[in-house]
Write a protein that binds this ligand. Structure first.
Ligand code: ADP
Ligand code: MG
Length: 391
């Protein structure tokens, strides 16, 4: 019969093993929101490298919230229109299916707002006199008005969550407006059952504090690599649902191969599943299947690294090359050490650094130290691309 693979390389994962603490925190916030009808006062931001499981986590939050009839508004930031316009568009889309009178009142409000927040450019024309802060403040008031209108009938909508994925690509104006709105609501609308849950690359906290000065309004949650136990659950649970098991030794080899990186783990699971002949119920995934998967995993991870490498400029390559040889363990490398490395120009170093942070290829390690994003095999890949600048 041959069962298709239950693993999800490059797709939203079905479960989120290893994220129990974050799920528990979300459920606690959700209870505040739905049961107590209270505002979640801080904007939650999960952050980490690409492939660590941010979108899957937000989608898991959404599934949990929808079970309680919460209205979930989802945007992937980065569109040219700006974050607030994206959110308002989604709110409009979600509310048009409502009974006519309710939809009409939200719709009318949204129509009246497009002059100020809906159309980028128009806002700056109509309010060109104001400073960025003043503008954000005004726009925040309008956003609040919309949220209040959406939440007017609590029988229909008991609570509202705004999900923002890829927040590191959101426009600074949009982040500022959202932050102002939440600041106002904390002071004036603690009984409005609304929340924001966002996710972004490791530079998201930096990006956000570049847009707003009061970053204590945000609750940052770094996503870590999966523990061995979480990796084992991620491999065994989807298999068990199909009546298939893994031997302990196959599991530990697979976990070692993926090294806690969720994307790699799904690749390992998927390839081992194929190597095992897409087992029927009663089948077992063995060591030899994982061994045969190894080649496929190496190839796919290699392709991933190659794609990222080819999207870098020559000075970014020089920076990464130097960093790959300088960084030891996880402690990161100081700016001065990098500046001294052969091939890295001192003048452009901070530009290159911030470009690489934006691309998610490096991350900060406190006190201005940086390291290459710890995806298993990436440092070795970079070292293989060039000569050792010190050797
Ligand atoms: N908790 C988890 N356990 C196992 N695999 C996961 C987990 N979270 C995500 N994944 C898998 O990891 C890969 C990356 O997930 P994704 O949510 O797209 O990450 P990100 O948004 O951080 O880039 C996907 O293949 C997904 O199925
Ligand atoms: Mg994602």
């Amino acid at each position: 019969m041959a069962q298709p693979s239950p693993y999800t390389p490059g797709e939203i994962s079905r479960g989120v093993p290893g994220r129990g603490d974050l799920i528990a925190e979300f459920e606690e916030r959700l209870s505040l929101l739905v049961d107590l009808q209270r505002l979640v006062g801080r904007i939650h931001v999960a952050h980490g490298e690409r492939g660590i499981g941010k979108t899957s986590l937000l989608r898991a939050y959404q599934r949990i919230a929808e079970r309680r009839d919460v209205l979930c508004i989802w945007v992937t930031a980065g569109e040219r229109t700006g974050l607030i316009a994206q959110l308002l568009r989604e709110i409009r889309r979600e509310t048009t299916t409502w009974p006519r009178s309710a939809a009409a009142s939200v719709g009318k409000l949204l129509d009246s707002l497009t002059v100020t927040v809906g159309v980028p450019g128009v806002a700056s024309v109509t309010k060109s006199g104001g400073a960025a802060e003043e503008r954000a403040d005004l726009e925040a008031r309008e956003l609040e008005e919309v949220l209040r209108a959406v939440l007017k009938n609590r029988d229909r909508v008991p609570a509202l969550i705004l999900f923002v994925d890829e927040i590191q690509t959101a426009d600074a104006d949009g982040i500022r407006t959202l932050a102002y709105a939440w600041q106002h609501l904390q002071a004036e609308g603690p009984d409005l059952p609304a929340a924001v849950f966002a996710a972004g690359l490791s530079n998201a906290p930096e990006h956000i504090s570049g847009a707003v000065t009061f970053s204590e309004r945000f609750a940052y949650r770094p996503l870590e690599m999966l523990s061995t136990g979480a990796q084992v659950s991620a491999l065994t649970e989807p298999a068990l649902a199909l009546g298939v098991s893994w031997t302990p030794s196959a599991l530990s080899t697979a976990a070692e191969l993926a090294a806690g990186y969720p994307y790699a783990l799904q690749l390992v699971g998927d390839s081992a599943w194929a190597a095992a002949g897409r087992p029927d119920p009663g089948g077992v995934v063995l060591d030899e299947h994982v061994d045969r998967a190894r080649r496929l995993v190496d190839r796919d991870m290699g392709a991933l690294f190659a794609a990222r490498w080819s999207s870098t400029t020559p000075s970014e390559k020089a920076f990464l090359g130097a960093l790959a040889w300088l960084q030891e363990g996880e402690s990161g490398v100081e700016r001065s050490a990098l500046a001294g490395a052969r091939g890295v120009s001192t003048t452009g170093i901070s530009t290159v650094r911030s470009q690489l942070l934006e691309k998610g290829l490096i991350q900060t390690e406190g006190r201005g130290r940086v390291r290459i994003t710890p995806i298993p095999g990436f440092v070795e890949f970079i070292r293989d691309q060039g000569e050792n600048p010190h050797g």
